[in-house]
Design a binder for this molecule. Structure first.
Ligand code: S3P
Length: 430
């Protein structure tokens, strides 16, 4: 998977493009499609490695999932009690969403299962889902006192809970809601700030009785879920790389079509606009219960800002590329309340500080964020991805503004979420 890329500075980026389907929505389409009765057809599914981990796991539990023309996915759902005991360990690869959401689901099944992942995923904390699931009556074992994969589940009856999560995490919220599907009665999850709500929207779209309220969401157990057509919009987290690229390379203008702009994900637009970025939303519409728009982005002179609070979970995957925008902006940017970045695919605070420093940016890590001086002229160097797709792509965007070539090691990981990233980048460079 390891691969090296050399990226040089760029003339203006121009033209129209679409980015691949939303990773979060694609995962959930497989999960809910499997638990629904009847066929679910998924258009615009992200054929990235993370989503294929989810797809393989559900096939291993007896669900028929076929791939049709143009990458369309058809799932023959078997209902809430239709999953079968897998014959082997379920390998979630690099995917935190797969392992955590499936933990919620597996806890309430009437069979034994084991989930694991690659060397990065096996270092990421699982107590955040194991703790509430155990409170629901789940029986789960794992390394590090139940915090680290592999995790083993002896599934069984669960009881609903009213859980207040200490962190704003859609993975935690969704794991509990998926566990709540198998319970009698109402499961409630509360969180300090609203995290992405794709699970809630898709559960409602498939027919569940789910009620969001200020500070949380409640779900009535044992719903009848019906197979649906799901049209997955382009992933705003993938579009973010091209938004920042078009803003920082003078003379650029990009139209990124069909991007999901769910307000729980669109923090990147608010942040870049607050930095002075010229981003227009065109043709706003709703598709399969999700807000979608075309984004017109024009090169802009950016300035530093302070970022913290409720916008952080709304932009949680975008901080690597936000740090690139901030390094190219005038003045200081302060990112706080983003401690979660330390437990993503890698420690994204440490990774961006070391790698951007190699390129000449002036920035320092804080326990829960970064302080970025802005205004430094970036130069070429050799940088590492640490096997993290978003670090690799952020370094590529920084390279567009560097005075000499940037070598990026270990870039094969971009296939996790954005398999055609390099081709698309080439196609919009003039
Ligand atoms: C995701 C939720 C986020 C995000 C991840 C995908 C999801 O993680 O970072 O890339 O699909 O639910 P947390 O919920 O742990 O913040």
């Amino acid at each position: 998977m390891s691969e090296t890329r050399i990226v040089t500075s760029s003339a203006p980026l121009r033209g129209e493009m679409t980015v691949p389907g939303d990773k979060s929505i694609s995962h959930r389409s497989i999960m809910l499609g499997s638990l629904a009765l009847g066929t679910t057809v998924v258009r615009g599914f992200l054929h990235g490695e993370d989503n294929h981990s989810t797809l393989r796991a559900f096939r291993a539990m007896g669900i028929e999932i076929s791939e049709e023309k143009d990458g369309v996915i058809c799932i023959a759902g078997k209902g809430l009690n239709g999953l079968q005991e897998p014959g082997d360990v379920l390998d979630c690869g690099n995917s935190g969403t797969t392992i955590r959401l499936m933990s919620g689901l597996l806890a309430g099944q009437k069979f034994f299962s084991v989930v694991t992942g690659d060397r990065y995923l096996r270092k990421r904390p699982m107590k955040r889902v194991v703790t509430p699931l155990t409170q629901m009556g789940a029986r789960i074992w794992g390394r590090g006192g139940g915090d680290l994969a592999p995790l083993a589940f002896q599934g069984g009856e669960l009881k609903p809970i009213d859980y207040t999560s200490p962190i704003a995490s859609a993975q935690v919220k969704s794991a509990i809601l998926l566990a709540g599907l198998s319970c009698d009665g109402e499961t409630t999850v509360r969180e300090p700030h609203l995290s992405r709500d794709h699970s809630e929207r898709m559960l409602a779209y498939f027919g569940a009785d789910i009620r969001p309220f200020a500070g949380g969401v409640s779900l009535l157990g044992r719903p009848r879920l019906e197979g649906r057509e799901v049209v997955v919009p382009g992933d705003i987290s993938s579009a973010a790389f091209f938004m920042v690229a078009a803003l920082i390379v003078p003379g650029s203008e990009l139209l990124i079509r069909n991007v999901g702009v769910n307000p729980t994900r669109s923090g990147i637009i608010d942040i870049l606009r607050a930095m002075g970025g010229n981003i227009e939303l065109l043709d706003e519409r709703t598709v399969s219960g999700e807000p979608v728009a075309d984004l017109l982005v024009r090169a802009s002179s950016l300035h530093g800002i302070e970022i913290g609070g409720a916008v952080v979970p709304r932009a949680i995957d975008e901080f690597p590329v936000i740090s690139v925008a901030a390094a190219c902006a005038s003045g200081q940017t302060i990112i706080r309340d983003a401690r979660e970045l330390r437990v993503k695919e890698t420690d994204r605070i440490a990774a961006m500080v070391t790698e951007m420093s190699k390129l000449g940016a002036i920035l320092e890590a804080t326990p829960d964020g970064m302080i970025i001086a802005g205004g430094a002229q970036l130069h070429g160097a050799a940088v590492e991805s640490f096997g993290d797709h978003r670090i690799a792509m952020s370094c590529a965007i920084a390279a567009l503004q560097a005075g000499s070539a940037v070598t990026i090691y270990d870039t094969g990981c971009t296939a996790t979420s954005f398999p055609n990233f390099w081709d698309l980048l080439e196609s919009v460079r003039q």
